[in-house]
Design a protein around this ligand. Structure first.
Ligand SMILES: *Cc1c(COP(=O)(O)O)cnc(C)c1O
Length: 397
């Protein structure tokens, strides 16, 4: 099997699994208990917090809050800042049209509470500029939230510059860095980030783990009532083994980042070059500012779902931004946001690699995808109409 869906989730690393197992055997006491055995767990927890802080350029480990994942961190960051700022009459939020649903749906909820949300248009190449952000900020803006890197098309936003704009205007800046953490170097201080979300299972850590970084002084609300864990901001006995596994995975990913990036980028470039040769195809996202492992193409005249199923038959696990996988008939909001027409957006393929992939995987994918695309086109009535000239092509030859 070739696993090329690392943007959806990753396999846990042996380092993370070992760290979890040893934690389960040794530090299983309750970190809130006063006896030494509980305090040992508390120390294990704080060591994980320090490890995570040092990987992200966080000044004080107390600015790290452990959550159940990226979605929870996004929800808590956005709801906290918005609801706290509403008291000062600041009810305007700036975000982008291609955020993850954890952000977009949270913003929808706030709109129902009377907030006004501006979603910035995404450039054709999947970029948002600091100038766009500057233009959108108003007197009553309480929060700017833009993702660090897009999960579908892999484009990497100019985060430090967007952060600088927010600092200058006195607006808090949150970034959903779920796709970036463990894959790109992050320094929250140098990049002017006030709040950041990440998720353990996107960098070979355990599922159900995440981090919300919130700079000292940023108002955080507790969304779960209960005990005083996580400085009173996130009640519930900590999942210490999972937290330890996430911290170990993050440390490992950051230590290996340069080497892994070199390897993964080489495979990505070979895929992009090879798949570009398919007629009437187009690469989605930026060619340069792109996540190391992300490949995303639109192939005219096919349905993404059919492509995925046929690739699955050949042992290739990939993803498509398009519809039916997510139970709706709408194509990916991300592909629509960069201006792909509905029809083209339906024929998308995302391959996301990690350092466990091999050059042989790339060879097999480069063999399979063109064959499957050709086959699907050969049985498509729509494609026949295009070839015969009754209907026009939307993507160049
Ligand atoms: C996966 C993902 C999330 C959600 O993270 P979970 O830990 O699965 O809740 C949020 N944002 C982005 C960009 C993602 O890729």
């Amino acid at each position: 099997m070739i696993y090329a869906d690392n943007a959806a989730t990753t396999k846990m690393s042996q380092t993370a699994a070992d760290a979890m197992l040893s934690c389960m055997g040794e530090a299983w006491g309750n970190a809130s208990s006063l006896y030494k055995f509980g305090q040992k767990t508390a120390e294990t927890l704080e060591a994980a917090r320090e490890k995570a802080a040092s990987c992200l350029g966080v000044a004080d480990p107390r600015e790290i809050y452990f959550t159940s994942g990226g979605s929870e961190a996004d929800n808590q960051a956005i709801l906290s800042v918005a609801r706290s700022s509403a008291k000062q009459g600041k009810k305007h939020i700036v975000s982008t049209a291609f955020e993850h649903h954890a952000v977009l749906h949270t913003l929808k909820k706030l709109e129902k509470e009377g907030f006004e949300v501006d979603l910035l248009d995404v450039h054709e190449n999947g970029m948002i500029s600091p100038e766009q952000v500057a233009k959108a900020i108003r007197e009553d803006t309480c929060l700017v939230t833009t993702m660090y890197a897009n999960n579908e098309i892999g484009s990497i936003l100019p985060i430090a510059e967007i952060g600088a704009v927010c600092r200058e205007r006195g607006v808090l800046f949150h970034t959903d860095a779920v796709q970036a953490a463990g894959h790109l170097p992050i320094d929250v201080q140098k990049e002017n980030i006030d709040l950041l979300s990440l998720s353990g299972h996107k960098f070979h850590g355990p599922k159900g783990t995440g981090i919300l970084y919130a700079k000292k002084g940023v108002p955080l609300l507790n969304l779960i009532e209960g005990g005083a864990q996580e400085r009173g901001k996130r009640a519930g006995t900590e999942n210490v083994p999972a937290i330890v596994g996430m911290a170990a995975a993050l440390e490992e990913a950051c230590a290996n980042m340069e080497e892994d990036t070199r390897k993964v980028v080489a495979m990505r470039q070979r895929l992009i070059e090879g798949l570009s040769k398919i007629p009437h195809s187009a690469l989605n996202g930026d060619t340069e500012r792109r996540l190391p492992g992300n490949v995303n193409f639109c192939f005219e005249g096919i349905e993404g779902e059919s492509l995925l199923l046929l690739l699955d038959d050949r042992g290739i696990c990939a993803s498509s931004g398009s519809a039916c996988t997510s139970g709706s008939l709408d194509p990916s909001h991300v592909l629509l946001s960069i201006g792909r027409p509905h029809e083209v957006a339906h024929g998308s393929l995302r391959l996301s690699l990690c350092a466990d992939n091999t050059e042989e995987d790339v060879d097999k994918i480069l063999q399979a995808v063109p064959e499957v695309v050709s086959y699907l086109r050969s049985i498509s009535p729509l494609w026949k109409e295009k070839v015969s000239g009754e209907r026009s092509f939307l993507l160049p030859e």
